[in-house]
Ligand binder design. Sequence first.
Ligand code: RBZ
Ligand code: NIO
Length: 348
Amino acid sequence: MLNMMETITGMNQEMRQVALQHIDTLTKPLGSLGRLEELAGDLAGMTGNAFPVVTPPGVLVFAGDHGVVEEGVSAFPQEVTAQMVLNFVHGGAAINVFSRQIGALFEIVNVGVATSVTEQAVVNRHVRFGTANMCNENAMTRAEAEAAITAGYEEAMSIMDRGAKCLVLGEMGIGNTTASSAMLAVFSGMSVEKVIGIGTGISEEQLLHKTTVIKRALRNRMPNRKDPLDVLMKVGGLEIGAMAGAMLAAATRRIPIIVDGFICTVAAILAKELCEATTDYMICGHRSTEQGYEVASAYLGKKPLLDLGLRLGEGSGAAVAFSVVHSASLMLAEMATFQTASISGKDK
Ligand SMILES: Cc1cc2ncn([C@H]3O[C@H](COP(=O)(O)O)[C@@H](O)[C@H]3O)c2cc1C
Ligand SMILES: O=C(O)c1cccnc1
């Protein structure tokens, strides 16, 4: 665990400045490409390259189940996780469509589905058959929490070895908004009411019940806010740990990470708690409408790129946001300067 984080250092500020200065010489009024300019500067700082390349992106979707679903916290039954894994294999999920659109390397990783998954196309990094119900016992052991993080770390290393220049991370796990809200309540110190949301679409009444369930779990488990692994093992999820591990790997390799919606943002917070410098490599792809997202993104200290009213997960919003990240990198690399295009500068 420790040596995973040893080699993570913050972004290269000098290279960021070099890129920003170059952007000011391009054929456009100063600052007129707004956040794309900021983003391009950040990409240069992350990669240490004045002309960063983000293609091909690598999409990793981690799947895991949640024992807490037996409390009735989701609108869908647990078996949907495994059924959606098959949908990913057959290419019919939203994330498949958007991954094809952006020419991504794609991998689905089973870290904790509750039933056995035998499909060849699914990478088997199975840690356990779903988490335990956090109301009654720890979601997982400390060793399992470490194994989930390691699985994510190693799969991210592997997809980067195969050429991925930017990571899009996603998840599938019925019940995982409950685990995410519980983790966020602990890390942010905010009330459960502020960090919950309707997930797959539960009713007002079910939302109240979900709040009660999370409060009970937090009271029974007492996660230690200062010990990120304790929070993950007591009230977290295997796919959440794996996404955090993948983020640590990307930061180690100076590869940009596009963070998806609510669940992925909570994984980003876990990665931040494990190693603060990891946040330098994160780009928040989109603003999820899950209520708790506001607290999560504020705690992470990042402003999402897109606001499309999405609340799906799977990495879908991050995959859509990839095109914006790609635009920023191409603008930096391909636009002419005032000098090369012989365009007159601004009148003094
Ligand atoms: C068909 C279907 C596809 C999904 N893809 C992502 N999620 C999303 O919904 C789940 C979290 O919501 P909750 O905590 O309310 O269960 C996660 O699996 C998340 O990725 C899906 C949910 C469903 C039903
Ligand atoms: O924003 C998300 O990641 C999200 C929100 C609701 C349900 N599933 C995922």
